[in-house]
Design a protein around this ligand. Structure first.
Ligand code: 0A1
Ligand code: ZN
Length: 876
């Protein structure tokens, strides 16, 4: 219809505003709430199949709202069984698109509502649901409306008093936000607990848990001397796997006091581990709920990476107590206000707890693997989006990880002292409020005495900036000139020039020794800019974007010789790592596109690295790793996964053969002693796995034997997984033996079983597609558990060469899975769309097959909002 009108009167159509899709929610349409709810009382009669929720809302009309503005309380898939206003039964209500609308007059009322729920049928895992016999909730972003009717928006803050009642034998533990104020036994074997949360909070931070749980109980004394009881609640039998999480919690509490001056504000902090969870964890006030994979660990079942993940996520959720809970978001467009800042905080914490250099390499790897592709594709959005249809789709690497990079750049620009002054002012100024990204930037300006006017562009600009750097040198004047320019490309379009503020930590290295006279911060804030640096007799070597000080793609005129020089000499660990990566990436992308290129320079660089005895084993392991196939694809105009795979394997094989002796020696030198989680032991485990990979790639006949031996002797999951990862690609008999043994040993542990699924579908073997299909029918596979779905299908979509099988079978398999999963768990289903959504980046044949898979999903009737938004945007 719209199109016909346009052709009939094109002049009119041009002048008219863009058609507004009713499903689209826009940032510019924000209106403050018409009603506030300072107090909420909730009563839960809990049961797995029939839970009754009674709410009592103290509703107050906003002074700025008109006198006839009705009270609208959001609901999703619920109906009221009773409504009262000011104590009397009230029938004057309507359900409009799920929301409860009450045409109330006057300034304040008490509204009481009763709702009945069946948590056992809640497969979306949003709202109140059953997981493994327990009851738990997930309310962010819009799950509270699946529990009861309420103004389910983050700028309505309420104080909650909650009474929970349940069968005592079935649910001996009843938890909610805040402090426990009373408890007692009821009739018929029931018991109850009364909870009071003194801190006003938005509904998305509400949580309860009821179950048969045991706790690791500990305590923490805040720096002002207040005692805090700490509990990590798990199922019986998992208790001895909670020690690492508890230590991480106490370390986080101390760190936030020391680094940001933030103290915990309740007498109790509870964490609960649940096995069915859509995301990693959730920061509900005083009652964090975690995906069990981010709590449970011991060396026998968890890898070193798992231990790090636990430390980081425990810290992340704890830090939200200030960046998210005490200061929350005004609306969901501001999500990065809490998420970007909190990711930055957890990254800094982990850097302080371990190796800052390794942590930075890891964080950049994640950014490049998840965020850069997002920013280059059809789902690109700024860290503060302008619109959305389903907010669950916006828990993205852009909001989280690019958001963290933006905060990190503020720190770089301001320096740590002024940065702290800024965050102090932000917390003081907005404590107890629902704030915006703009509030944050203003507080940083006021507290940190800096002008961030132009810097704000980062909040509204999608796409990854490309910075071109050229170094020229004038021996006569001894000046070196760094010429910089910036542009941004979006969704495959031609790059346009940009004017972001880009802080580039830079050093000019002496071409003989690699020494330099200190770093400089080059501030690129125009489209093109030159920086003249004095005092360089000889042509120096440029080391730029050290520490990855800005989230950009660097294009420089550096030669392979210069990169090799940096890979041997750069004193910034990230820059040194980056130099090797760029050297290898340049070689491999040239090979894939058929350009003749020199390989010896890479071999020489690797030889130097291997000969450098000052490098610690963990860093050495990073330096000799090849860039991933996915990353290499991201550097190509048109991706051919098979060609990339082949060239990468050739280079890997060549390095493996050339340095076989050294790898063998290193492998032996990393022989594990007594298991320990200290840095040295971890570094050895890491290097041992990397060198094992090379030994297997060197075509030596004993590769399977060596890997199998490592598997057999391993007393920890890092070594076991490393061995299985190598075996998974081989034809050898040892592969099946090891995988069968692993299954038998760990079939009772769902988190380890997830690894068993993943390792098999990440195999490069040509029968992998068949294996994915077989595993999807395995009795231990279930679509009801998001971890299991991700373990099988998520890991498979990361397998570049097999997911992108030229037959298109991999794409069809994912499309069919998404269609089936969407009926059960739309949020998790929608998370698979971006893998297909990148179809425009692939060579013709694959591109078309990926598009067809998306079309098939799009053609389904009754798609969820989650999947529909992602599919339609991907095809647009
Ligand atoms: N705020 C959480 C992330 C989160 C978001 C949505 C969820 O719904 C299923 C769950 C968790 C965090 O940043 O950790
Ligand atoms: Zn978060």
């Amino acid at each position: 219809m719209l199109d016909i009108q346009k052709t009939a009167n094109s002049e009119m159509a041009d002048a008219a505003p863009a058609p507004v899709d009713p499903a689209t929610i826009r940032r510019e349409d924000y209106r403050p709430p018409a009603w506030f709810i300072p107090e909420i009382e909730l009563d839960f009669q809990l049961d797995l199949e029939r839970t009754v929720v009674r709410s009592k809302l103290d509703v107050r009309r906003s002074k700025s709202a008109s006198a006839d503005e009705p009270l609208v309380l959001q609901g999703d898939d619920i109906t009221p069984t009773a409504v009262k206003v000011d104590g009397a039964a009230w029938n004057d209500w309507k359900l409009i698109e799920g929301d409860l609308v009450l045409p109330l007059t006057g300034a304040s009322h008490i509204v009481e509502i009763e709702v009945e729920l069946d948590p056992s049928t809640n497969t979306q895992l949003m709202g109140l649901y059953g997981s493994n016999g327990m009851l738990c909730t997930q309310c962010e972003a819009e799950g509270f409306r699946r529990i009861t009717f309420a103004p389910d928006r983050p700028d309505v803050l309420s104080r909650y008093q909650v009474r929970m009642e349940a069968d005592k034998a079935q649910f001996p533990v009843l938890l909610c936000n805040g402090d426990k104020v009373a408890e007692g036994d009821g009739e018929n074997g029931r018991h109850w607990v009364q909870w009071n949360d003194p801190w006003p909070k938005p509904s998305y931070l509400f949580a309860l848990v009821a179950g048969d749980l045991v706790s690791n109980n500990d305590s923490f004394t805040t720096r002002s001397g207040k005692p805090v009881e700490l509990n990590i609640w798990v199922r019986d039998g998992d208790l001895d796997r909670t020690g690492h999480a508890m230590q991480a919690l106490k370390d986080s509490m101390r760190w936030d006091e020391e680094t940001y001056g933030r103290e915990y504000d309740l007498g109790l902090f509870n964490i609960v581990a649940v096995s069915d969870f859509n995301m990693g964890a959730m920061e509900n006030k005083g009652l964090n709920i975690f995906n069990s994979r981010y709590i449970l660990a011991d060396p026998e079942v968890a890898t070193d990476a798992d231990f790090d993940g636990i430390e980081g996520v425990v810290a992340h959720e704890y830090f939200h107590n200030w960046s998210g809970n005490r200061v929350t978001c005004r609306d969901w467009f501001q999500l990065s206000l809490k998420e970007g800042f909190t990711v930055y905080r957890d990254q800094s914490f982990s850097a302080d707890m371990g190796s800052a250099a390794l942590k930075r390499i890891e964080d950049v790897r994640i950014l490049r693997a998840a965020q850069f592709p997002e920013d280059a594709g059809p789902l690109a959005h700024p860290i503060r989006p302008e619109s959305y249809q389903e907010i669950s789709n916006f828990y993205t690497a852009t909001i989280y990880n690019k958001g963290a990079e933006v905060i990190r750049m503020m720190n770089t620009l301001m320096g740590p002292e002024n940065f702290r002054k800024g965050t102090d002012l932000y917390f003081d100024r907005h404590d107890g409020e629902a704030a915006t990204c703009e509030d944050f930037v203003t507080a940083m300006e006021d507290g940190g005495e800096i002008d961030l006017k132009q810097f704000r562009k980062w909040y509204e600009t999608p796409g990854t900036p490309r910075v071109t750097a050229k170094l020229s040198h004038d021996p006569q004047t001894g000046t070196a000139t760094v010429q910089l320019s910036q542009k941004i490309a979006q969704n495959g379009e031609k790059p346009k020039s940009s004017e972001l503020v880009i802080p580039l930590r830079t050093a000019l290295l002496d071409p003989e020794t690699g020494a330099h006279e200190g770093e400089q911060l080059l501030l690129l804030d125009q489209t093109e800019q030159s920086f003249v640096l004095e005092g360089h007799k000889d042509h120096p070597v440029l080391s730029i974007n050290r520490g990855f000080s800005a989230p950009i793609i660097l294009e420089s005129n550096q030669t392979a010789e210069e990169l090799a020089f940096l890979s041997a000499h750069d004193d910034d660990p990230f820059a040194r790592f980056e130099a090797v990566q760029r050297l290898m990436t340049g070689y491999l992308t040239a090979k894939v596109s058929g350009t003749p290129v020199d390989r010896d320079i890479i071999l020489q660089a690797v030889a130097k690295i291997l000969a450098d005895k000052t490098i610690d084993p963990a860093f050495l392991a990073e330096l000799i790793l090849l860039p991933s196939e996915a990353f290499l694809g991201d550097q190509m105009v048109e991706v051919d996964p098979q060609a990339i795979h082949e060239e990468r394997e050739k280079l890997r094989g060549k390095i493996a053969v050339q340095f076989e002796k050294q790898f063998r020696k290193l492998y032996k030198s990393c022989w594990p002693g007594e298991f320990s989680l200290d840095a040295e032991a971890r570094a050895k485990r890491k290097l041992r796995n990397v060198t094992l990979g090379y030994l297997a790639a060197s075509f030596t006949e004993d590769a399977a034997e060596v890997a199998f031996e490592q598997y057999r002797e391993a007393d920890n999951m890092t070594a076991m997984q490393g061995a299985l990862a190598v075996l998974s690609h081989l034809e050898a008999e040892e592969r099946a033996v090891a995988f069968d043994d692993f299954y038998k040993r760990f079939k009772g542990n769902p988190l380890v079983l997830d690894k068993w699924f993943s390792l098999q579908v990440m195999s490069q073997r040509s029968d992998t597609l068949k294996r994915v299909d077989g595993l999807s029918r395995h009795p231990d596979f279930t679509m009801s558990n998001p971890n299991r779905v991700r373990a099988l299908y998520g890991a498979f979509t990361g397998n570049q060469v097999r997911f992108h099988d030229p037959s298109g079978k991999g794409y069809r398999m994912i499309a069919d899975m998404v269609i089936a999963l969407d009926k059960q768990n739309p949020q998790t289903a929608a998370r698979f769309i971006p893998q297909l959504g990148r179809w425009r980046r692939y060579e013709r044949g694959r591109s078309e097959l990926m598009r067809l898979a998306l079309e098939k999903i799009a053609a389904q009737p009754d798609l969820s909002k989650d999947v529909a938004e992602q599919v339609h945007k991907s095809l647009a």
